[in-house]
Design a binder for this molecule. Structure first.
Ligand code: GRF
Length: 217
């Protein structure tokens, strides 16, 4: 039985599209049962509908600071569709600790940095200002703290001296689109387990890979 997944978006939905594409493969262990946006103008909604995925809009703005009120409506939509796993993909609304606790171990997020470095806003600018030579993307379980939680998977890219936040973001986005489906696959196949604040996996092939940058010949 495929695990039933809801993707939550607020914007363009390129990670959503990558998840939808991967889940279209017959042997993928999860199906995208619904895409839910908290904004009616999210560009990703149209992409999802074009892929034949059910879409729902639950506007968060009318709820203002009433986060629990918004979440009650969201939870009802998730329950109605028998959702087992949530993937946040550019979802720009904070949750209450209660909602996060309810979904702990079953809700993933992706962030465009190698967490715990550079959480929050402008991670690409933060990486460039820090002068790191490698950056990347992280898929993690969601906890109440923003852009934190047990790390499921990371992918790295080199940071070039001439990178701008835009060029770095484009390169990292390519990695995001690769690792999010892979991380979801691990979770849906029960190949990850939580040990305290850490996420462990049995996937250990090629565990000796290294990436060194810059390379001087
Ligand atoms: C991605 O960079 C993701 O890592 C971050 O928000 C962005 C969403 O982009 N959480 P998209 O909507 O998936 O294209």
């Amino acid at each position: 039985m495929k695990r039933r997944v809801a993707i939550l978006i607020s914007g363009r939905g390129s990670n959503m599209a990558a998840l939808i594409r991967a889940a279209a493969q017959p042997d993928f262990p999860a199906e995208i049962a619904v895409v839910i946006s908290n904004r009616g103008d999210a560009a990703g909604l149209q992409k999802a509908a074009e892929s034949g995925i059910a879409v729902e809009v639950i506007e968060s703005k009318p709820f203002g600071k009433d986060r629990a009120g918004f979440e009650a409506k969201l939870q009802a939509a998730l329950d109605a569709r028998g959702i087992e796993i949530i993937c946040l993909a550019g979802f720009m609304r904070l949750f209450t600790a209660e909602f996060v606790q309810h979904w702990y171990g079953r809700m993933l997020n992706i962030h465009p940095s190698l967490l715990p470095s550079f959480p929050g806003l402008d991670p690409h600018g933060q990486a460039l200002r820090a002068g790191v030579k490698l950056s990347g993307a992280t898929v993690h379980f969601v906890i109440p703290e923003t852009d934190a939680g047990p790390i499921v998977m990371q992918g790295a890219v080199v940071v070039r001296d001439d990178d701008t936040p835009e060029t770095l973001s484009t390169r990292i986005l390519g990695v995001e689109h690769r690792i999010y489906p892979e991380a979801l696959k691990l979770l849906a196949r029960d190949l990850v387990r939580l040990e305290g604040d850490l996420c462990r996996t049995t996937a250990t092939e090629q565990a000796d890979q290294v990436m060194i940058w810059p390379v001087v010949s």
